[in-house]
Write a protein that binds this ligand. Sequence first.
Ligand code: GTQ
Length: 357
Amino acid sequence: MDIVTTQAKHYEKPELTPERKALYDRLDAKHVAPLWEVLSKIIPASPTPETIPALWRYEELRPLLMEAGRLLTAKEAERRVIMLENPAVRGQSKITQSLYSGLQMILPGEIAVCHRHAASALRFVIEGTAAYTAVEGERTTMHPGDFILTPSWSYHDHGNPGNDPVVWLDGLDIPLVNMFDSSFFERHPEERQPNVIPEGDALARYGANMMPVDYAPSGHSSPIFNYPYSQSRDTLDRLYRFGPVSPCHGVKMRYINPATGGYPMPTIGAFIQLLPKGFRGLTHRATDATVFSVVEGSGRTKVGDQMFSWGPRDLFVVPSWYPVAHEADVESVLFSFSDRPAQQALGLWREEAPVRA
Ligand code: GTQ
């Protein structure tokens, strides 16, 4: 499908005369500046993201992550993560304007010590079955495809008591928190937090379409902190059979906070979608730049005028407002996350689906 992206008309910048230029230089000396020279840049008619579309192949990253494992312990690194840096903003530790992402690895026998920070984090498990994340006193075992939360200011530590390396995708709102200059961080007094709640408690208590009768929210995030892939995969499977299938998204579901129906965390939303075999999706776009992690299958995604071919465990990013269209050769599953809840809370989120041709 061909896209015609028309830039809405903006105002015309006044002519730069020598007298005006002389005034601007005098303004400059006083740390003031003429708005009319920059208005269309600071208030573009539609989003003009600095970040660009990009794809990372897992088979290229994995050996590098394993080498990092030989050179540093998880403890030395605090977190052994290779960050996915958007190629247009290298050195800024971000994959989109508002979000950070990276691949974290823990080797057998290692732990990542307990800490907490103002930034909210999600984990999406890529490889390995034996590691755990502990959040506020409860451990959860991490299986590939599980979506795991560590909400703002919750103590968390990770460990791998198994025999194989475990790798997961981290998504944090670090750039957003730093935009507000509201970052805090502290270590737990112990390397591992005490394990005081039985594993599975949160999912049993909050994950069965019931809430404890006296439930009162203790924070801004979901009381569930592991959304197991077994459940989400089964749901996608059934919904594909029941239909309908969205012409843009296939079968796409949004993870929720069961207490509110809203997003699991205030700043980061997450989604999982099934693209049927042979799917040829319509072009759509939205203002939330989105990071995709391929769980199963193979296909292609057109982002702007670039085509990214992907397979299991590959990662790609779609910046704000870029037209995007997915195609699947075989039945495929994509996990994704973005800052959609933050934009919606502020009344900023927009989408166009399908994009007008
Ligand atoms: O696991 O707590 O990728 O604190 C970056 C910062 C992961 C974590 C990251 C972190 C963590």
